[in-house]
Ligand binder design. Structure first.
Ligand SMILES: Nc1ncnc2c1ncn2[C@@H]1O[C@H](COP(=O)(O)OP(=O)(O)O)[C@@H](O)[C@H]1O
Ligand SMILES: [Mg+2]
Length: 158
């Protein structure tokens, strides 16, 4: 049983890569949004940040429960690195150059303030630093230069 998590700033290409990797490896793809909905984990709405606030503790609990079902998994979320490293075989952090990221976030329909906040998160490598602090085995993938098929192949050969 192998558990791969994919984290990174929104817009850096987690979902594309996670789906492609799950397809190539024939692992189960876990969409955290579905886990959040199913377990009703949205606690509130942060107007300032224009985003839903998820109960992270409960989310981690729900994910560990899924992991204990002992399947090969690819878990896709910018919160996935909060899963304790003892349950995770590999943590992939997606990164993207800032110009491309800005375009992608605007295309997603994010308001300019939210675009700015996510660009800041990418500049300060928030997800990467948190994942490092939590002692995950890390692999960093830049999604601004290669498509997800090529990146997934690289991960498999890694
Ligand atoms: N490797 C890549 N090469 C080119 N475009 C990509 C790549 N990965 C993602 N994208 C594009 O970037 C946007 C954001 O990707 P997405 O996977 O939704 O990011 P996230 O899940 O991290 O928010 C999408 O429009 C997607 O098609
Ligand atoms: Mg996504």
């Amino acid at each position: 049983m192998t558990v791969i998590i994919i984290s990174g700033t929104p817009g850096t290409g987690k979902t594309e890569l996670a789906k492609e990797l799950a397809k190539q490896l024939k692992y189960k793809y876990i969409d955290i949004n579905k886990v959040v909905d199913k377990n009703k984990l949205i606690e509130s709405y942060d107007e300032e940040k224009d985003t839903n606030v998820v109960n992270e503790k409960k989310l981690v609990k729900a994910l560990v429960k899924i992991i204990k079902e002992k399947k090969d998994l690819v878990i896709d979320s910018h919160l996935s690195h909060y899963i304790p490293s003892k349950h995770v075989d590999l943590c992939i952090i997606t990164k993207c150059n800032l110009k491309t990221l800005k375009k992608r976030l605007e295309k997603k329909g994010y308001k300019s303030k939210k675009v700015r906040e996510n660009l800041d998160a990418e500049i300060f490598d928030i997800c990467l630093n948190e994942a490092m602090e939590l002692k995950h085995k890390l692999l960093i993938m830049d999604t601004s230069k290669q498509n997800s098929k090529t990146l997934a192949k690289k991960i498999i050969y890694f």
